[in-house]
Design a protein around this ligand. Structure first.
Ligand code: G6P
Length: 608
């Protein structure tokens, strides 16, 4: 979704905003713009369709000197990507300017009302109405005018508003879209996420829904929409600016793939105690966990595939019905939910609107909601009774990698912890699991080393017409995720299929130009998987197998083999996906794609 940054303080605002926008570009990159109140008291606005680099070229060296400004990168929802629809948007007087992430759902009605009242609206966006509503309400105090405008808005927003005549003041507001305040020495920031501002300050306030932040250099006053003061703690961002940089890799995606061993270690930190798995975050909800009789998992995209592993384990270890549903479908056919239902919402960003809506519905119906997310302070944590964090560090590439493996490992620990509490996981099984988990980071490093061959393989496969990925049991989510990676970043069609279903239709797609990628790691379903692999070979398809080191049989059967270390079946998804990530990466590179910011996608989608 869109990225927002605002600044007020002694620095040159232009470079601070452009720097922030570049770091936020993964959130959306259809257009970019900035507004500044210049030292002469003028409002300067420049905005362009395209990436931040296009805006920067347009600005050249004519960015005026200013100590305050706001900026935006857009991922289009209302109105196509164009210079006109790019943010910031201004009012009739050209004094008030606004950037917005989210959707004003009643904007058509508001727009008609504003037009009838004599306002002139230039763009097709929902955002522009906000500038005009603030204009209509303005009586010399920007925060008051914003609060008054907010009372008219329905939908979701993170907003930053600036008035030419109050040249050190920024007003921000959030409802169902992320916005944080950054506090420096004599300077203040607003941003969609910490990546935009962590180079300048680590002291942040995570705004809650309904908050309005009134910023001057170095200070922030938070109120609700009625103007009543609210107290919000100042948090310290634990990661450095360098952590959000590429660290020498060609792309963030490649860097993040290589960070997986470290991310897995971080995800397990403090959670493996001798021979036990213990998630302290669950302590406040132990009473309710004791009574659960079914588990529903909700998630989107990559997180959904990770959640399939979680659902399988809850079912196997707890012996209660457990399943996973795509969040956007969950709401339309909700399962029976009562206080004994555990709902696990899995979301990297914690801001995915579909998942938040599904979690809210579940919470409203009395479910016990647990969030599994990478983002402290994100919206999902406010919907949940308990939140378990991935601890994976920032993920910048749009295509998720390290957050997939940390979601899987976190869900394994979550299911094991709950099964332990309910007395359904025996000590021996738990000990075996702990040992396997401890080996996992080193095995992930080994899997990365072994997958070096995917670079050369990609050369031979990059001109394929499409790919068919198959897997069974814990190999199935890996196949789905592998296919998603190819689709997202190389723009090649790829199907992820349950291997047993291959013969029921999709096998007709296979030929010499549509390779079969089979997740064939050691497992109880290995023999059956091999039969499915042979079905592909018989149709002239080249076969890429992901197999366990030491498997001598598979080399005869597959065209190419990607080796991974042996582990317990529930953890095999994590190791099997690594060569598939790297294969997708190299195919995309060979095809000349924009790996970190693939077309049409956004890192976090905060609209339903
Ligand atoms: C977007 C991203 C996907 C991601 C999905 C869910 O569509 O492009 O990579 O898997 O959102 O995101 P979440 O933050 O909820 O895990």
């Amino acid at each position: 979704m869109c990225g927002i940054v605002g600044y007020t303080g002694p620095r040159e605002a232009g470079p601070v905003l452009l720097d922030g926008l570049r770091r936020l570009e993964y959130r959306g990159y259809d257009s970019a713009g900035i507004a500044l109140v210049t030292q002469n008291g003028d409002l300067f606005v420049e905005k362009r369709a395209g990436k931040v680099a296009v805006l920067q070229d347009a600005l050249g060296n004519r960015t005026p000197s200013a100590g305050i400004g706001l900026g935006h990168t857009r991922w289009a929802t209302h109105g196509r990507p164009s210079d006109l629809n790019a943010h910031p948007h201004s009012d009739c007087t050209g004094r008030i300017t606004v950037v917005h992430n989210g959707i004003v759902e009643n904007f058509r009605e508001l727009r008609s009302e504003l037009l009838a009242g004599g306002h002139v609206l230039a763009s097709e966006t929902d955002t522009e109405v906000v500038a005009h509503l603030v204009e209509a309400a303005y009586e010399g105090d920007l925060a008051d005018a914003v609060r008054s405008a907010l009372r008219r808005l329905e939908g979701a927003y993170a907003l930053v508003v600036m008035h030419r005549d109050e040249p050190d003041r920024l007003v921000g507001a959030r409802l169902n879209a992320p916005l944080i305040v950054g506090l420096g020495d004599d300077e203040s920031f607003l941003a969609s996420d910490a990546a935009a501002i962590v180079a300048y300050t680590k002291r942040v306030i995570f705004l809650a829904d309904g908050d309005v932040a009134d910023l001057r250099p170095g200070t922030a006053t938070i109120t609700d929409r009625a103007g009543a003061p609210v107290d919000r703690p100042v948090d310290i961002i634990p990661w450095s600016a360098e952590a959000a940089e590429k660290g020498g890799y060609a792309h963030f995606m490649l860097k993040e793939i290589h960070e997986q061993p470290e991310a897995l270690t971080a995800a397990m930190t403090g959670r493996l105690r001798h021979d036990k798995i213990c998630l302290e975050e669950l302590d406040p909800i132990r009473d309710r966990l004791a009574g659960i009789d079914r588990v529903e998992m909700i998630a989107c995209g990559t997180a959904y595939y990770a959640s399939l592993v979680g659902a399988a384990l809850f079912q196997e270890w707890l012996g209660v019905p457990a399943r996973s549903t795509v969040s956007s479908e969950f709401r339309y056919s909700p399962p029976p939910i009562d206080p004994h239902t555990l709902v696990v919402a899995v979301t990297q960003s914690g801001e995915t609107a579909d998942t938040i809506a599904a979690a809210r519905l579940a919470g409203d119906r009395g479910a016990l909601v647990v969030a599994v997310t990478n983002t402290v302070g994100s919206a999902i944590t406010r919907e949940a009774h308990a939140s378990v964090f991935l601890q994976a560090g920032p993920e910048v590439a749009v295509a998720a990698t390290k957050t997939f493996v940390t979601q899987v490992v976190t869900l394994v620990m979550l299911a094991a912890d709950v099964a332990h509490q309910l007395g359904r996981l025996n000590a021996e099984a738990e000990l075996g699991l702990v040992k396997a988990l401890r080996r996992l980071p080193a095995q992930a490093s080994r899997a990365i080393e072994l997958a070096a061959s995917t670079e050369e393989m990609a050369e031979r496969y990059a001109s394929a017409n499409g790919f068919m990925y198959i897997g069974r049991a814990f190999g199935y989510p890996a196949a789905l995720e592998g296919a998603l990676k190819i689709k997202e970043i190389s723009y090649l069609h790829a199907e992820g299929y349950a291997a047993g279903e291959l013969k029921h239709g999709p096998i007709s797609l296979l030929d010499a130009d549509v390779p079969l990628v089979a997740v064939a790691t050691r497992s109880a379903v290995y023999e059956k998987l091999i039969s499915n692999l042979m079905e592909g070979r018989a149709r002239d398809a080249r076969v890429i197998a992901v197999a366990t080191e030491g498997d001598t049989e598979i080399e005869r059967l597959a065209t190419d083999v990607c080796w991974v270390p042996d582990t317990l079946e529930p953890l095999s998804t994590i190791l099997a996906v690594i060569p598939l990530q790297l294969f997708a990466y190299y195919v995309a590179v060979k095809r000349g794609r924009d790996v970190d910011q693939p077309r049409n996608l956004a890192k976090s989608v905060t609209v339903e």
